[in-house]
Design a protein. Structure first.
Lengths: 290, 362, 305
């Protein structure tokens, strides 16, 4: 900014700043790099001292995640690959339904005033704050009674609950950005409010819906607490499965690292797609208003 | 208070010269207004004086000292921006004393100065409010108070009144002029509004296409423009500009087929004798209707309209539409005679656009 | 009454009732899910918290009044967990806010490859918390972990990160900070970029030094957004569970058990369901109370601007 006189002190400050940024970058990126590297390491290379930067890549971790090749684990009934399938089914359906319901609720919260709206909004927001383990104490009983324990359907239900509040708030923010005149003109011209909502308003918040879906997906995809307690064998998701990836020979680090890499890929894609909307969603529209 | 000098100032924005070789001296305590159409380089010049934009070449001098390499904070300037730049999170009181606090002025001194500006700007009721609670005009007043509170060497104003309601603007303009005389602070003011410029300035600096066109007192720039641009930019409605083509015995008026002669129109002899095409500049206020068939130019009235007490009429010469003022103008469509007041005639070289006041070489 | 105004009234009535129908129809799925998955469980938790009850022997429910609460609140182990959770939250929030604001301030300017840099910086928070836990456990292994290797290669002594209570606290905080600082960076950058350029120019003209500008302009003007970041990190680190499962498993001993961890252990390892319910209720009260206070404060902040 501007034409500051470059004294020795300024110079020193600038170097310190740069040094701090470099240290942070190493802290930030290093572990990701190490995760990627380790996902290709064989058991021998994993524990070698000093750690190896160059080695013959070993694909056994990825083979077990995708259930192919020699590493296909036959020991347990539900393999790592099955848990990947569970993860995909649960997070995709959970996300879709949460966004669907959240869009409807967000629209009403943006456009209508109704009794108890403030309380409803806070209640919805508070579900984002809830510690999962607290409700899990009861879910554990409830799911067993209703026959939902260890089913994908049960996990989808949890996934909807865990995300619908967030979806409602984010979507409300996006609907707030659409002028009310859009519906008013349609209604004056004899169309129903429903028609205006579906044909006019929804297309205008397409980007917002995509962003909301991206958010919900990231949370649903990485969710661990609910899935770890509410599943036993059949419905385990990938994050749960890898937490149990300790065989007779200890923790399967290669497999965990490979699963970590596989898990981050869809999130990276979503993150890239919604990058423009990211901030508005995360701050519940506070930034948008300014 | 300081004397500001610009020496061959040039500011290049990646190949585009926003300011091109501008030199000017602003005297101590003077009120100078930069006037010009948008994009002419006036704001860039001002921002360069402030230290917010770097000069590509040339010098900026404060009291003879080169300040090119000083930051805005080191230059002891104060500035009011076009769009409100109050700090939204600070109360009016804190906004006003911000420049003092930022410089570590002692508390007693701050209190004294605050009392003074509060008095001068009559801000007593607003001190404990936030900027968002004030109308735009009042916010600019606060910005001005913040600017003058620490006796800056120079006060820079970047279209400070343009975002304010018409009504309030008039009042602010008056107060601003009054205040500047009272404080005697060297002031540089940027605007595209000629009325502001005319009423405030000791001197107007007219800019166009990144260059200074003319520097002179407000009156002179109106009566004595140096070229076609200056003539047309100043004055409202703007000056009529009519081609004059030399023909035998006089000057032909545009495409009208009418020839102006010495006897009829009081034209200066050198103009009548000109061998080069000229442009005639005549303000609508100097164009009237005449009854005398011996005088004036036979032309047809196109349209008539009134603005307040003034009754304007428009007429065509060829394709071009021009305007004049006369109470008697009516929309009869009949041929009329239009007279150009000889005292209000300005001549420009048709080729260069420069003002011509005497014989020019052919 | 003219025919036209009658028609208008009818149209208005129809619209009102269709509005009501829309409110009801659009809200009910969300409301139903939240009532079923939040309100009902919370009421049940409160109910169970008054019983001596185990999920393993569901027939035997013995009402014991407030004894679960009495037991918990006098249990020193629980207080230790609260203290540990508090320490963890404090370290995490302070580190993440400080680093996040610092890095965000450096990244607010436009530069080439900004999008790419951001995407790479954000990667830690895209990972599943369990993966993060395992990754750090792997890197922090006292014998063959990369961290100790790097420490010893610059001449420092190796640290038994996950084998000592204090080191484990810092290890967990380092992992949580690694994962979530990017989130603060993201929000802080956006908040800083939202401040109009003229405000900075005015401050510069007013003679404010860069440091003065930062503390008097930048920070207070982005306060609402930074406060949202603070709320989210405060609550999220307070209820942190996943990370500890993978990183420390609560150990060494029970030294890194957060309150959430304790709830899970009581409910799903010991199956003291009644006691776990009471603990869950305590946790809920704290978190909901905390978030109410913070959200109220945020609303007040927003009104000023």
């Amino acid at each position: 900014m501007g034409t500051s006189k470059s004294s020795a002190l300024d110079q020193a400050g600038r170097w310190l700043l740069l040094a701090l940024l470099i240290v942070y970058t190493i802290y930030n990126v290093g572990p990701i790099f190490w995760l990627l590297l380790s996902s290709f390491k064989s058991r021998m290379d994993l524990f070698s001292m000093p750690p190896k930067l160059f080695f013959t890549p070993d694909l056994s971790g990825y083979q077990s995640v995708f259930g192919v090749g020699a590493a296909k684990d036959s020991a347990s009934a539900v393999g790592v690959f099955d848990s990947l399938v569970n993860s995909i089914i649960v997070s995709f359906s959970g996300t879709a339904l949460a966004v669907f319901f959240g869009t409807l609720a967000g629209y009403v919260c943006s456009r209508f005033n109704f009794i108890g709206k403030g309380d409803f909004m806070f209640f919805v927001l508070s579900t984002r704050m809830l510690p999962p383990v607290a409700v899990l104490v009861f879910y554990h009983l409830m799911f067993a009674r209703l026959g939902l324990a260890d089913t994908r359907f049960g996990l989808i239900l949890v996934s909807i609950f865990a995300n619908v509040g967030l979806a409602t708030w984010i979507m409300k923010g996006f609907f707030d950005g659409v002028p009310r005149e859009v519906e008013q003109i349609a209604i004056v011209n004899g169309y129903t409010r429903m028609y205006a909502f579906i044909k006019l308003v929804l297309p205008m918040v397409k980007g917002g819906i995509a962003a909301t879906a991206g958010f919900c997906f990231i949370f649903a995809w990485n969710e661990f607490a609910f899935a770890s307690i509410l599943t036993t064998t059949q419905a385990k998701t990938l994050p749960v499965k890898i937490s149990a990836a300790s065989g007779a020979t200890g923790i399967e680090w290669t497999q965990i690292c490979a699963a970590g890499v596989v898990l981050i890929i869809p999130v990276l894609i979503f993150f890239y797609l919604i990058r423009k909307h990211l901030l508005m969603g995360m701050t519940f529209g506070v930034l948008g208003r300014r | 208070m300081s004397e500001i000098e610009l020496k061959n100032l040039t500011i290049d924005f990646g190949g585009f010269k926003a300011v091109d070789d501008v030199s000017l001296t602003v005297k101590n305590g003077e009120f100078v207004v930069y006037l010009g159409p948008s994009g002419c380089g006036k704001t860039t010049t001002l921002r360069c004086i402030a230290g917010l934009v770097k000069a590509t070449s040339g010098e900026v001098l404060f009291d003879g000292k080169r300040v090119n390499d000083l930051t805005a904070s080191e230059r002891n300037i104060a500035m009011v921006f076009q769009f409100v730049s109050l700090y939204p999170h600070l109360k009016i009181r804190e906004n006003i004393v911000f420049p003092l606090k930022a410089r570590g002025v002692p508390r007693a001194e701050i209190a004294r100065k605050l009392d003074w500006v509060t008095e001068v700007f009559k801000l007593g009721d607003d001190l404990d409010r936030y900027p968002a609670a004030l109308p735009p005009g009042a916010r600019q007043k606060v910005a001005l108070a913040r600017a003058v509170i620490r006796d800056p060497a120079v006060l820079l104003l970047d279209e400070p009144l343009s975002a304010i309601d018409e009504q309030f603007r008039e009042e602010m303009r008056w107060e601003l002029g009054h205040l500047q005389r009272q404080l005697g602070v060297t002031t540089i003011y940027v605007t595209h509004d000629q009325r502001e410029a005319m009423s405030l300035a000791d001197r107007i600096v007219l800019m166009n296409n990144s260059r200074i066109v003319q520097v002179s007192e407000p009156d002179r720039i109106f009566f004595d423009p140096v070229d076609v641009f200056a003539g047309q930019f100043i004055g409202s409605p703007s000056m009529n500009l009519i081609d004059l083509v030399p023909v035998d015995g006089g000057l032909r008026l545009g495409d009208s087929g009418v020839t102006l002669t010495a006897a009829q129109h009081d034209l200066p002899a050198w103009a009548l004798g000109s061998r080069r095409p000229l442009k005639l500049g005549v303000r609508p206020l100097n164009v009237h209707l005449v009854d005398d068939a011996a005088q004036g130019v036979p032309l047809e009235i196109d349209d008539v309209f009134s603005v307040g007490r003034e009754r304007f009429f428009s007429f065509r010469i060829g394709e071009a539409v021009h305007q004049g003022v006369d109470k008697r103008a009516s929309r009869t469509g009949a041929a009329t005679r239009v007279r150009f007041d000889p005292s209000g005639l300005l001549f420009f070289d048709a080729a260069t656009g420069r003002r011509v006041t005497g014989e020019i070489a052919a | 009454m003219s025919a036209q105004s009658h028609a208008q009234r009818q149209a208005k009535l129809r619209q009102q009732s269709s509005g009501r129908l829309m409110i009801f129809g659009f809200l009910s799925p969300t409301l139903a899910i939240l009532l079923f998955m939040v309100a009902y469980p919370i009421f049940s938790l409160v109910y169970y918290s008054f019983f001596n009850f185990s999920a393993l022997r569901q027939g035997a429910m013995k009402p014991i009044g407030l004894r679960n609460y009495e037991f918990l609140l006098t249990d020193e182990l629980l207080w230790e967990r609260f203290i540990f959770t508090g320490k963890f939250v404090f370290i995490c929030v302070v580190l993440q806010m400080l680093i996040g604001i610092f890095v965000g301030y450096q990244l607010q300017k436009n530069f080439r490859g900004r999008d790419l840099v951001f995407t790479v910086l954000m990667m830690p928070m895209m990972l599943s918390p369990v993966v993060v836990g395992f990754l750090w456990r792997y890197m922090l292994n006292s014998e063959w972990g990369i961290v100790n290797f790097l420490l010893s290669s610059i001449g420092l002594s190796k640290i038994d990160w996950l084998g000592q209570a204090n080191a484990a606290l810092w290890a967990a905080a380092a992992a949580d900070t690694w994962m979530w600082t990017p989130f603060i960076v993201l929000l802080a950058t956006a908040a800083f970029r939202g401040i109009p350029e003229t405000i900075y120019e005015a401050a510069e003209v007013d003679g404010a030094s860069p440091a003065y500008r930062f503390f008097r302009i930048t920070l207070p003007m982005s306060a609402p957004v930074l406060f949202i970041a603070l709320i989210l990190r405060l609550i999220d680190s307070f209820k942190q569970y996943d990370l500890f499962v993978a990183l420390t498993g609560g150990g060494p001993g029970s030294s890194t058990e957060t309150v959430s961890f304790a709830v899970a252990k009581t409910a799903f390892s010991y199956f003291y369901t009644g006691e776990a319910s009471a603990l869950a209720v305590i946790l809920l009260v704290i978190i909901i109370g905390l978030s109410m206070i913070l959200v109220r404060h945020l609303q007040k902040m927003g009104e000023k601007f």
